[in-house]
Design a protein around this ligand. Structure first.
Ligand SMILES: C[S@@+](CC[C@H](N)C(=O)[O-])C[C@H]1O[C@@H](n2cnc3c(N)ncnc32)[C@H](O)[C@@H]1O
Length: 221
């Protein structure tokens, strides 16, 4: 079963900020800068939009059309709506069965969401399906660092400090034990690029903070 983010919706933003020392905002901003560069008023879909921080960045880049925010969790989307109001459109739906026609968005984006899909390939293929030809897909996702030296410190942080923060700030140790475990199991780098290329996307990656966050930037052929 998919992890239920309704349980942590009220503390999600605060804990993200503390856990990443605010870097999550910079990572979203850098992704959105690439996504929106040179586009005028693109029709944009935020998949697994959660509390809407990616959509907020998209709006701050001057998007005039409402960003379509899709998520499984009503409570996460309610927080998004409190930030974006009429700059967003909010749809409770499964990313693995997107309720849109083929090729209808100029841009599709997802930040820290795809790791939570039950069937990653199905979700990615849905995101590629709804994207127009030459449209842009942005994925931001957490990953384990490549360097063994950095990974040593990362593991202490991810497996001890993050669950501790989760239990003391969100009152939910389970959710923040799930987080590092889900990062470890998740494909990264070339494995992810291959998946994206197999869907007819031209894909590249950029690493942030020793590879703790990766940005996959793709254009539909
Ligand atoms: C870690 S949060 C990321 C939220 C937000 N995108 C951000 O930048 O912080 C992951 C989100 O993915 C959503 N999610 C997980 N599986 C999903 C699916 N199959 N379809 C839609 N949303 C999903 C969860 O409900 C949750 O809100």
């Amino acid at each position: 079963m998919a992890y239920d983010f309704n349980t942590i919706a009220s503390s999600y933003d605060r804990l993200n900020y503390i856990m990443t020392a605010g870097m999550d905002r910079l990572w979203r901003r850098r992704g959105v800068r690439w996504l929106m560069r040179g586009l005028v008023n693109p029709k944009t879909l935020d998949v697994a939009a959660g509390t809407g921080d990616l959509a907020v960045e998209i709006c701050s880049c001057g998007a005039a059309l409402p960003v379509v925010c899709v998520d499984l969790s009503e409570k996460m989307l309610a927080v998004a709506e409190s930030k974006l109001s009429e700059n967003g459109e909010y749809i409770v739906a499964d990313a693995e069965h997107l309720p849109f026609q083929d090729c209808c968005f100029d841009c599709v984006a997802s930040a820290f969401g795809i790791r939570n899909f039950l069937h990653l390939d199905r979700g990615l293929s849905e995101m590629a399906r709804v994207l127009k030809i030459d449209g842009r897909l942005l994925i931001l996702e957490l990953s384990t660092p490549d360097s063994r030296f950095v990974r040593f410190f990362y593991n202490i942080y991810a497996h001890h400090i993050i669950p501790w923060l989760g239990s003391h700030i969100a009152g939910n140790r389970e959710a923040y034990t799930y987080l590092p475990n889900s990062i470890e199991r998740f494909p990264k780098g070339d494995a992810m690029l291959q998946k994206l290329e197999s869907l007819g996307l031209r894909a590249e990656q950029r690493k942030f903070f020793f590879g703790v966050c990766r940005m996959y930037i793709c254009v539909k052929r």
